[in-house]
Design a protein around this ligand. Structure first.
Ligand code: ATP
Length: 283
């Protein structure tokens, strides 16, 4: 698991910066790995971001700048903000898909760079904007989340996401080509529900659903996730009243954090976005 880059200084932070520079010269990704520990948790963790900055390779400007956030044990957090403000990038860093340029991300107070990535994914129920589906049955596509689930459990979870019209042996085409956008999202949520680990990372998981279906599915999901640490990127600003915290992003920075009531009372940026959303919906 260890590939050291002897030509660069031994400090990993420097290595990573050097690797990024090298990447921009040679045009391929240079990996800097170090010895990691397997994440071994049997309850939901606390996750923290300390002074995190990040930019994508070849991007001059910083995508995220000085992010300080805390996702305490069992809390539910929503990240909102305009398109391109850096919401998905936060999730990709929390899941260690990308590495921070500066600052650190701590999972139960341990730097996530010291934790085996795959073990983080193993403990996470992840629903992204695009989810992976392969040619096979509905059951095949669900079972990858929980090999030992019974047909009854699989049918139960399909019901929770309002997909009871699908049979377990219904055919799914590659990339879910024969499913609608909303059905794909519901199948991805079903998979996350089946996995039922201690961390939930959800990136606009209901953007293609009508509000009634969305509300029903969230009710089921939040019931399952009651004791888990959950981070949800939300494209809508309504329905966030129950969240422990709402994180408002703008241009790579966190501009407000608080619960719904706090942010509405404050009449700041969240309040302003809410007014705009309302006026758009009212036409
Ligand atoms: P949306 O609501 O549209 O999903 P977001 O708030 O999730 O947006 P991000 O996807 O995190 O925003 O993107 C933040 C910025 O980083 C944007 O300017 C985007 O163009 C840029 N960006 C995102 N992914 C990449 C990438 N792989 N390479 C380069 N730039 C990227």
């Amino acid at each position: 698991n260890t590939t050291s880059m002897a030509i660069f200084p031994s400090h990993l932070e420097d290595n990573r910066r050097a690797a990024k520079r090298l990447e921009s010269v040679v045009g391929t990704q240079v990996s800097v790995e170090k010895e990691t520990e397997v994440l071994d948790i049997n309850s939901s963790p606390t996750i923290e971001m300390k002074n995190v900055s990040f930019s994508y390779p070849d991007e001059e400007r910083e995508t995220l700048n000085g992010i300080n956030l805390s996702f305490p044990v069992g809390t539910k957090s929503a990240i909102v903000g305009p398109s391109g403000s850096g919401k998905s990038t936060i999730l990709s860093l929390l899941l260690n898909f990308n590495k921070v340029d500066a600052g650190e991300i701590l999972l139960n107070h341990q730097d996530i760079n010291d934790i085996d990535k795959e073990s983080i994914w193993k403990h996470s129920n992840v629903v992204l904007q695009e989810n992976h589906f392969f040619f096979g049955t509905v059951k095949d596509n669900l079972a990858i989340a929980s090999e030992n689930a019974t047909n009854e459990e699989l049918q139960d979870v399909l019901k929770k996401v309002e997909l009871e019209h699908l049979q377990l042996n219904s055919q799914v085409l590659e990339k879910g080509a024969n499913l609608s956008g909303g059905e794909k999202q519901r199948l991805a949520i079903a998979r996350a529900m089946l996995k039922n680990s201690f961390i939930w990372m959800l990136d606009e998981p209901t953007s293609s659903m009508d509000s009634l279906t969305e509300a029903k599915i969230y009710e089921e999901l939040f019931q399952l996730a009651a004791n888990d640490t959950l981070v949800l990127i939300s494209h809508r600003l309504n329905g966030l009243e129950k969240m422990d915290q709402i994180i408002v992003m703008e241009d790579g920075k966190v501009v407000e954090v608080g619960n719904y009531e706090d942010l509405m009372q404050k009449q700041g940026y969240f309040y302003e976005l809410k007014q705009i959303e309302q006026s758009v919906f009212q036409g």
